[in-house]
Ligand binder design. Structure first.
Ligand code: CA
Length: 351
């Protein structure tokens, strides 16, 4: 069924957090789940469902995930989405050891490069990165951007329980900053330490746990000084900023108290407030969060030029949510920026 949002309009809708995977990823994950499922309960919860599940929803997701020529284009047209920025779905290469992660990233990026070359009007791509490689995937990011035309990197939260501010990932951030491409910080199943209290109540997934896990990564990146070290680094965060914009004033206030009292000897104070790094280095998307009250609040907290549209296809394919965002109380110019302008600049798209 075609949504009213599919009608002609004076802007393109660029959806910025859209999931994709090559069939090889599902084959590999099915093999791993068959061998060592107990090693990684978060991975088992996430991919045990989406890669192995035979219910209606996992089959719906798998069919769309590997497609860029059939049902995906039909559903983009029906919902009025002109362009998707595709990224290897969570957990990406993160659960894999270096050699396997490198292989999967190369396969995914080569495949995504082909998709983008074939339909540059409909698709752009973010690079999968082998974060467990010795250079944290810096070389593969550079290859994907300079040789394959991909527009940034996808970082699916923790890498085998290592948080994204860990020192071994600095070469990756350095490469992203020097290439001038954004890093999209995306959820993953919670790390081992966070998994149990969330999973006990069925809260480990996108309902709640993803936001807790990913918001924690964002805050760790800020207070660890990654943005102080790489002022040009661009980070994109979905789901309206994983609740961090709601906390921003309290974060600044309590950070100030902690610094003033020297409470944590192991945490080095930074010259800027947390909110100053977040408003300087971070852009927010509305993936899975189409509601007016939340979007207008986050625009106010972050600045309107930092909040852009995303759908979260195919996990949250709801054409009515495009209509909701079409009706946001914005001027024509603001609506253009929200759906097209900001994404075009942040991801350096040539549409
Ligand atoms: Ca997503």
């Amino acid at each position: 069924m075609t949504s009213p949002a599919a009608a002609p309009r004076p802007y393109r809708r660029i959806a910025t957090e859209e999931a994709w995977a090559p069939p090889e990823m599902f084959d590999l994950f099915r093999r791993i789940l068959g061998e060592h499922p107990e090693d990684d309960p978060g991975f088992m919860s996430l991919m045990g469902y989406y890669a192995l599940g035979d219910g209606e929803r996992p089959r719906f997701i798998r069919e769309r995930m590997v497609d860029t020529e059939g049902v995906r284009l039909q559903e983009m047209d029906a919902a009025g989405v002109d362009h998707q920025i595709l990224a290897l779905t969570a957990p990406g290469t993160n659960p894999l050891a270096a050699a396997q992660a490198t292989d999967l990233a190369r396969v995914a990026n080569d495949h995504l490069g082909d998709i983008v070359r074939k339909r540059p009007d409909r698709f752009s791509g973010l690079a999968a990165v082998p974060f467990t490689a010795a250079d944290a995937g810096a070389a593969e990011l550079e290859r994907a951007v300079t040789q394959l035309g991909l527009k940034g990197a996808i970082l699916n939260s923790h890498v085998r329980d290592r948080y994204t501010d860990s020192p071994e990932f600095l070469p990756f951030y350095e490469a992203a900053a020097s290439l001038g491409v954004p890093v999209y910080l995306h959820p993953n199943a919670p790390s081992a330490g966070l998994f149990k209290p969330l999973h006990d109540r069925g809260l480990d997934g996108s309902m709640y746990g993803f936001g807790v896990e990913t918001g924690l990564h964002l805050m760790r990146l800020v207070v660890s000084g990654v943005f102080e070290r790489f002022p040009a680094l661009k980070l994109v965060v979905g789901h309206l900023g994983e609740a961090v914009p709601f906390w921003l004033n309290r974060i600044d206030y309590m950070y100030g108290k902690q610094v003033a009292t020297g409470r944590y000897a192991h945490v080095k104070p930074l010259p800027l407030k947390p909110s100053e790094y977040i408003r300087r280095n971070v852009w927010i998307t509305t993936s899975g969060m189409p509601w007016e009250d939340e979007i207008m609040f986050v625009r106010k907290m972050m600045g309107a030029d930092r909040v852009m549209y995303a759908m979260d296809y195919p996990y949250q394919y709801e054409p009515s949510e495009v209509e909701l965002q079409d009706k946001l109380p914005l001027t024509d110019e603001e609506r253009f920026e929200f759906f097209e302008g900001i994404a075009t600049r942040v991801f350096d798209l040539e549409l």
